[in-house]
Design a protein around this ligand. Structure first.
Ligand code: ATP
Ligand code: MG
Length: 287
């Protein structure tokens, strides 16, 4: 794991929590260093469901695999600008924003060159803050910005955690579900202490839940027993329509709105929005 480097603000002083002005996008990182747990599927379909609730949404594809970009029908090589040029070459984020098949949803695509960024970032100034600084220029244009993280806790994911207000953690409902979670939670805590005091966990979402399999029920109960209310009530079922949709360049909500997977992501979006409303209420009470 990449260790956050101490910045100038960290000499004996804790960075302070600040309230984000209203009218600025909430930034959610979709993160888990485990591969294939449903990060991209959740980023694309939660974003689509939020857009269906008339929220202006931007997806940042921060994974060199570029699955969110291809899953939304963007052909590699036809992408005007990518997040690589923004992070490494200093291109304006606004110039990399690209339309998707969903009217209220846009994306900043990734590309294979992003795999080099993990190394190239090391020697750049403000290497953990570069995404945050770029996002600051478009916060007023969106309600939600969702960052699809790569399956690693390197500098790219660190940039996402520093730039985010909260993290959504997809957890595959399988035997080893909790393995690696404590490592992720420690990393989030460390970033919160050292670089981003506002960082919260929005929630943990159980993915690929198989109702025909007793193990799924046992694992879900175990995760809820360990993690409590931070786990969303909504579980995302294993559903073949969800896995087919990316090959058609569409979110599952456009591919088959009625399938169980689409319905689950609509429920997840309403839970996410409910938690957001709860947060604003408690913020207003505190001020
Ligand atoms: N609810 C689901 N039902 C069926 N298949 C699913 C579901 N969610 C995800 N998948 C499939 O599982 C695979 C992994 O999902 P996804 O790409 O979202 O995971 P990831 O965490 O982003 O992976 P990576 O770590 O490689 O970025 C994909 O083939 C996807 O289509
Ligand atoms: Mg992915």
């Amino acid at each position: 794991m990449f260790q956050p480097v101490k910045g100038p603000a960290q000499h004996n002083q804790k960075p302070e929590q600040t309230l984000k002005p209203q009218g600025q996008a909430r930034v959610l990182a979709i993160a888990n260093q485990k591969g294939g747990v449903g990060k991209t599927t959740t980023a694309v379909n939660l974003a689509t469901a939020l857009a269906a609730c008339r929220k202006r949404v931007l997806i940042i594809d921060l994974d060199p695999q570029g699955n969110a970009s291809t899953g939304l029908g963007l052909v590699a090589g036809q992408r005007a600008r990518s997040i690589y040029q923004v992070l490494i070459e200093g291109a304006a984020l606004s110039e990399a924003i690209t339309a998707t098949p969903v009217p209220m949803m846009k994306i900043v695509p990734s590309g294979v060159d992003l795999s080099a960024a993990e190394i190239e970032l090391i020697s750049l100034s403000g290497r953990e803050q570069r995404l945050k600084q770029s996002l600051a220029t478009v916060l007023a244009d969106f309600d939600y910005i969702l960052i699809d993280c790569p399956p690693a806790l390197g500098l790219l994911t660190l940039n996402a955690l520093v730039a985010s207000d909260a993290v959504v953690v997809p957890l595959q409902t399988e035997f080893y579900a909790l393995e690696g979670l404590s490592h992720l939670l420690r990393t989030i805590e460390r970033v919160k202490r050292a670089m981003n005091p506002n960082l919260e966990i929005q929630g943990i979402v159980l993915t690929m839940f198989d109702r025909r399999n007793n193990l799924s029920e046992l694992v879900a109960a175990d995760v809820r027993a360990h993690m409590g209310d931070v786990v969303y009530k909504t579980v995302i079922p294993r559903n073949v329509r969800v896995s087919e949709a990316p090959s058609h360049g569409k979110p599952v909500l456009l591919y088959d709105m009625r399938c169980a997977g689409s319905q689950a992501y609509i429920h997840l979006a309403s839970e996410v929005l409910q938690r957001e409303r709860g947060r604003i209420r408690s913020q207003n009470l505190a001020t």
